[in-house]
Design a protein around this ligand. Structure first.
Ligand code: NAI
Ligand code: MG
Length: 366
């Protein structure tokens, strides 16, 4: 049977950008013989409106069974007053938690046509293509003890950085697997100079490489030096693997090397399923953008590039992912710009639909 994709468009511009992704998926089916079994379901505010919950049990089951989940965005002002337990974001949190998505992939990819959008010099970012792998389910955001407690006559805020060997090993494996599908190079970042968890992190990542991935090049860097190197010469990296806290900061910084929120895809991966594919949720980094929803202004590229990641990392179709990214590169080089990309370079304004159609035309021509 065909590989399965569950599509959860969600709220706001989610359904608008997902309509363009559907065109791309259908194109791969019709023109490249890459058929997927695609089903659509509700998440977030849309699911709350229909079922009184931001993610129904049935949808959760479908997500667990799918080879890949593709999500648009959730949330919006209409749902701001809802009780926390049924807020749209809870739908997304439930997916991440129950699928145990411990490996968060945030690419920083700079298309040549947008290099002048970066705050860095063109030659530093043009052609950049790296992925930061952030551990997502453990570390200082979850470690116990935590809390604000009295100590003598003042309060003290406590968080605990805590990583088990198996938590480190599984995210390391995820990074090495990705590297094999890309430039075969991993840089692991921690602070082994001042943190116990950093010493263990370095040791375990090294051991996983020695025993299971000797073909992948591995280096280690202190995370603060890594932040400097990311700004100085980011093209030295291929895959960076790091913990939850450092990954939060480094991935946001790296993303902004390359420009607009409307361009940024992401993936969250979990343990391999019986068929060897990792559990996987692909989604744009942006939210539901209520300020532009319903106006045809949304940039569908972040969501389309999220599908390209699915092709590469869930379906082992690296060449097809390259083809899709080349089509995106082509329309940008031709000067097509959604509202978020309008800048001093005088590119031509196009709507969400026009951008999607242009990408399809570029796929046809490619
Ligand atoms: P946002 O990412 O939705 O929007 C921030 C700004 O970027 C807005 O001006 C928006 O118009 C623009 N923008 C975002 N995506 C764009 C695109 N594809 N094309 C063109 N412009 C784009 O973040 P914001 O405004 O903080 O949150 C809005 C809603 O989205 C809230 O309800 C929030 O909770 C939710 N949200 C959901 C996320 C998710 O589903 N993963 C992530 C972030 C926010
Ligand atoms: Mg963040």
């Amino acid at each position: 049977s065909n590989p399965s994709i569950l599509i959860l468009p969600g709220d706001g511009i989610g359904p608008e950008v997902m309509t363009e992704v559907r065109k791309v998926i259908d194109w791969f089916g019709a023109r490249r013989g890459l058929a997927f079994d695609v089903t659509e379901d509700l998440v977030g505010g849309a699911a709350y409106d229909a079922h009184g919950t931001p993610l129904s049990d049935e949808t959760m089951e479908r997500a667990q069974a799918a080879d890949a989940v593709l999500l648009g965005a959730v949330g919006g002002p209409k749902y701001d007053e809802l009780d926390f337990s049924v807020k749209p974001e809870r739908g997304l949190l439930r997916l991440r938690k129950e699928m145990d998505l411990y490996s968060n992939l945030r690419p920083a990819q700079c298309f040549d046509a947008l290099a002048d959008f970066s705050s860095l010099k063109r030659e530093v970012v043009a052609g950049l293509d790296i992925v930061i792998v952030r551990e997502l389910t453990s570390g200082i955001y979850f470690g116990e003890p935590r809390g604000i407690v009295m100590e003598g006559n003042e309060r003290v805020g406590i968080n605990t950085q805590r990583y088990t060997e198996s938590e480190i090993a599984r995210v390391a494996r995820s990074a090495f697997e990705l590297a094999r599908k890309r430039g075969n190079k991993v840089c692991s970042m921690e602070k082994a100079n001042v943190m116990e968890s950093g010493i263990l992190w370095r040791e375990v990542v090294q051991k996983v490489q020695d025993e299971e991935y000797p073909d992948v090049e591995l280096s280690h860097m202190y995370a603060d030096a890594g932040a400097m190197q990311l700004c100085r010469w980011p093209k030295q990296f291929d895959v960076i693997v790091t913990d939850n806290l450092f990954g939060d900061l480094l991935s946001d910084a790296a993303a902004m090397l390359t420009g607009s929120l409307g361009m940024l895809p992401s993936a969250s991966l979990g343990a391999p399923m019986a068929n060897g594919r990792p559990k996987a949720l692909y989604e744009p980094v942006h939210g539901s953008a209520p300020d532009i929803a319903g106006q045809g202004k949304a940039n569908p590229i972040a969501c389309i590039l999220s599908f390209a990641m699915a092709l590469r990392y869930s379906f082992d179709k690296g060449a097809e992912a390259d083809r899709l990214e080349a089509a995106v590169e082509k329309v940008l080089a031709d000067g097509l710009r959604t509202a978020d990309l309008l800048g001093p370079d005088g590119g031509g304004f196009v709507s969400t639909t026009e951008m999607g159609d242009a990408i399809i035309a570029a796929l046809d021509a490619g």
